[in-house]
Design a protein around this ligand. Structure first.
Ligand SMILES: NC(=O)c1ccc[n+]([C@@H]2O[C@H](COP(=O)([O-])OP(=O)(O)OC[C@H]3O[C@@H](n4cnc5c(N)ncnc54)[C@H](O)[C@@H]3O)[C@@H](O)[C@H]2O)c1
Length: 372
């Protein structure tokens, strides 16, 4: 993609590890320039500005005060999401926040109420279900290829973050853990496919209260674990489908699928929902083997590129031009409420009802109809 007149001018708060994925993704669109970057550590903002040719950098307050910034992209750690989103909305900006929308449902609701009162758009990650795999699976279900979906499985294994991130503490603190760090990809994908979740029941454990950091360029040697790192839960969707989940940072690897959806006429095997364009497999009652579903939309990123983010920001910008917003804050809030319920599950507490309701996001406009 390459367009020249900016559709929106982007200011990014948080100059950390995921910034390069946003820089790559927004550059792919060509007309969503990052015009300013900010961080509480201004040295980090300057380094990213120099690396990516961003014209301005500085403190978050300077970014909020910049009248040229239309949309703030909040890619700070989860515990800072609420505050950064609050301050950006107060400055009159539209906001796209990384996942989770805030560290707690209560704080996320505050952000949403503020956005509504201010007449500003608050949208949130994850946006990966907008990619080819998520849309192909969605089209298969909507087209009846597996009949009526009645069950699913969703498994998260260790992201091995302690071997990759120089300062991985926040992945093991409130707002992180396998549930709130990786769970958003899974639950967003499941809500996209099966609709909103109505009830959750489960239980959890913390097998290792301290984690050794092995990244060569680490800035800490060990991190404390203050959230459950292995959680098993059963979800029931409003449509009546049941989903079995096992979300763990302690399971170093597994052979279980990332996500499978089971329908009355067949099964869909869905690739890692943290990614965009891997194949979706199908096996119907009448099939002798698994086959790849043809993608219903073109790849949503260049194949040779590294980690990639930005489709959700583009979706926000398009919604300002009258298109449906497929990653609204309400959707991210619902995902967060489900994840919080999963993480806090105990057998003693029993079944927890989910009070928020998100619509299934509109599917991508398809070049052709998909049907059984
Ligand atoms: N690292 C990844 O691969 C990845 C992938 C997808 C999503 N995410 C999400 O992106 C977000 C950021 O992750 P990361 O890995 O880049 O984190 P990081 O720790 O590498 O970087 C976060 C940056 O935010 C800055 N910061 C902290 N509090 C701030 C505040 N109040 N105001 C301004 N700046 C502040 C820090 O100084 C740091 O530079 C998280 O929500 C994470 O879940 C990360």
């Amino acid at each position: 993609m390459n367009r020249s007149t900016p559709r929106a001018r982007i200011g990014v708060v948080g100059a950390g590890m995921v910034f390069d994925a946003y820089a790559r993704g927004l550059a792919w669109y060509g007309d969503l320039p990052v015009i300013r970057i900010a961080d509480i550590d201004v040295g980090r903002a300057r380094a990213k500005a120099e690396q990516h040719g961003i014209p301005a950098y500085g403190t978050p307050a300077e970014l909020y005060a910049d009248p040229d910034v239309d949309v703030v992209v909040n890619i700070t750690p989860p515990v800072a999401h609420w505050e950064v989103t609050r301050d950006a909305l107060a400055a009159g900006k539209h906001v796209y926040s990384e996942k989770p929308l805030a560290a707690t449902v209560t704080l996320a609701r505050e952000n949403l109420a503020q956005a509504k009162a201010a007449g500003r758009v608050l949208a949130g990650a994850p946006d990966t279900f907008l990619g080819t795999a998520g849309q192909t699976a969605r089209a298969a279900i909507d087209g009846g290829l597996i009949g009526t979906p009645f069950a699913a499985t969703s498994f998260v294994r260790s992201s091995k973050v302690e071997a990759k991130h120089p300062d991985p503490g926040f992945f093991f603190q409130p707002g992180g853990g396998p549930t709130l760090d990786w769970g958003p990809y899974h639950v967003a994908a499941l809500v996209n496919l099966l609709g909103p979740v109505a009830e959750v029941v489960g239980t959890s454990t913390i097998p290792s209260p301290r984690i050794t950091v092995t990244t060569p360029n680490r800035v800490v040697d060990e991190v404390e674990v203050s959230v459950p790192t292995t959680v098993a839960a059963i979800l029931r969707t409003a449509s009546g489908a049941i989903v079995s989940t096992l979300y763990s940072f302690d399971i170093w690897d597994m052979t279980l699928p990332h996500i499978e959806v089971y329908g009355t006429e067949g099964t869909l095997n869905i690739p890692d929902p943290n990614r965009h364009d891997a194949p979706v497999l199908i096996k119907r009652r009448t099939d002798t083997d698994w086959s790849e579903l043809p993608p219903v939309i073109a790849p949503t990123r260049a194949p040779e590129a590294g980690p990639f983010r930005g489709h959700g920001v583009n979706d926000l910008v398009e919604s300002l031009r009258g298109q449906p917003l497929r990653v609204p804050g309400e959707f991210a809030l619902h995902v967060l409420e489900v994840l919080e319920a999963i993480e806090q599950s105990t057998f003693a507490a029993g079944v927890r009802a989910i009070t928020s309701r998100a619509e299934r996001p509109a599917p991508a406009a398809l070049p052709q109809s998909v049907s059984a």
